[in-house]
Design a protein around this ligand. Structure first.
Ligand code: BGC
Length: 400
């Protein structure tokens, strides 16, 4: 086995990602805050203070920039910016503007996600994405974000993992609220159409704010792999859960690829992970090659005109050396896809910090840990190792 190095293409994004609700703490106007304080859900613990990144974002950025990263993806919180319908908080817009400027000052390019799973309580109460006028309300929120994203922001993600939103809506209609949804139930068609419409409306609003902003959305890729003879079943299973959302990105400036593990499909649907196979803290199969399959599949569906960015990729583990192994395997796949000519414009790991994994703090995805008493940031060896690649601007390639 030989090790070679693959240079980053020009302008390659190198960073880590987070989401507001998972790190900020006290996101009290969001629908999730209500869920977390409602009895009888799958939620094991509420998010409460999370990592207190609402106040400590500058510490997060200091650490990331110091490690060698050049890009930071974070989300801004609709529930804070528009806590009551039609009432926008100037103070919260100014807060997020300070974050954008703070990132730039530290040499980090901010990639801003406008929506990452949470919505304001009032939006949920009026029926969420499928209620009449939802698209217009989302578009109005996006337009209101002009003071935050109008300058210094090169990349904006409209909606994170719309396919998971549709899957969760399908599941909720059947009375189950667990995350991540077990076995990926059938997405709700109406929600699928609604979020696609909301994305297209949001793209227009962002372009109206600043036509130079590169706009896209980020899709959860489950790396569906067909067992012999199950190719048609797999394609039919995958289309409403993934491909329809990838197709909706045609014409966008980029598409975000997010993958963690694989899902094998047999004649009767998904096959459970076999006994004895290594699993991560989320119980997903340890499968670092996922990102390679995800990139290649996305390129095939969306076409070569839309650049790809890995916007999330990582592993929940409390053994940091397994995280380094995972990223070694994953980056080898990215390097190999680049060598094959795929137009990949960046790689952002999930996640910058150990964070609130939608119901529990136990699955730790972070490159950076933190002290639960003092919130002091504690970068792990994996963070140092990954950050270093930003300095050398090369990816490891393990050729065989
Ligand atoms: C989401 C993150 C989540 C991660 C791990 C993605 O589905 O965008 O919010 O924490 O995967 O489950």
């Amino acid at each position: 086995m030989t090790h070679t190095q693959v240079p980053f293409p020009e302008g390659f994004l190198w960073g880590a990602s987070t989401a507001a609700h998972q790190i900020e703490g006290n996101n009290t106007n969001s629908d999730w805050w209500v869920k977390e304080h409602t009895a009888g859900t799958h939620i094991q613990e509420p998010s409460l203070d999370a990592c207190d990144s609402y106040h400590r974002w500058h510490e997060d950025m200091d650490v990331l920039a110091g490690l060698g990263f050049t890009d930071y993806r974070f989300s801004i919180e609709w529930a804070r910016i528009e806590p009551a319908e039609g009432q926008f908080s100037r103070a919260e817009l100014a807060h997020y503007r300070r974050m954008v400027e703070g990132a730039v000052e530290r040499g980090l390019r901010p990639m801003i996600t406008l929506h990452h799973f949470t919505v304001p309580q009032w939006f949920e109460a009026r029926g969420g994405w499928t209620a009449e006028g939802a698209t217009e309300l989302f578009a109005r929120y996006v337009a209101a974000c002009a003071p935050v994203i109008g300058q210094d922001v090169s990349h904006v993600c409209t909606i994170n993992e719309p396919n998971m939103i549709a899957v969760m809506a399908g599941q909720a209609k059947r009375g189950d609220n667990s995350f991540p949804p077990a076995g990926l139930p059938t997405p709700d068609d109406e929600t699928t159409q609604a979020v696609i419409a909301a994305h297209h409306a949001a793209v227009k609003e962002v372009k109206a704010i600043n036509a130079d902003i590169q706009v896209g959305w980020t899709i959860a890729n489950q790396v569906y792999q067909a067992l012999p003879g199950a190719e048609d079943v797999t394609a039919a299973y995958r289309y409403p859960r993934e491909d329809i959302f990838i197709e909706a990105a045609r014409g966008d400036d980029w598409i975000g690829v997010q993958s963690y593990t694989r899902t094998r499909i047999g004649a009767d649907g998904p096959i459970p992970t076999a006994e004895g196979v290594e699993r991560t803290l989320t119980q997903w199969e340890y499968y670092p090659s996922a990102v390679g399959y995800a990139l290649r599949h996305t390129a095939e569906v969306v076409g070569s005109e839309v650049p790809l960015i890995v916007t999330e990729n990582g592993i929940a583990t409390d053994v940091d050396s397994r995280r380094i192994d995972y990223y070694t395997g994953a980056l080898n796949e990215v390097a190999s896809a680049l060598q094959d000519g795929l137009n990949i414009q960046g790689y952002l790991a999930w996640s910058a910090l150990d964070n609130y994994e939608w119901g529990s703090y136990k699955p730790t995805f972070g490159l950076i840990g933190w002290n639960p008493e003092t919130f002091e940031r504690l970068p792990k060896p994996s963070a140092v190792w990954l950050g270093e690649m930003g300095r050398t601007r090369t990816l490891p390639r393990i050729a065989d």
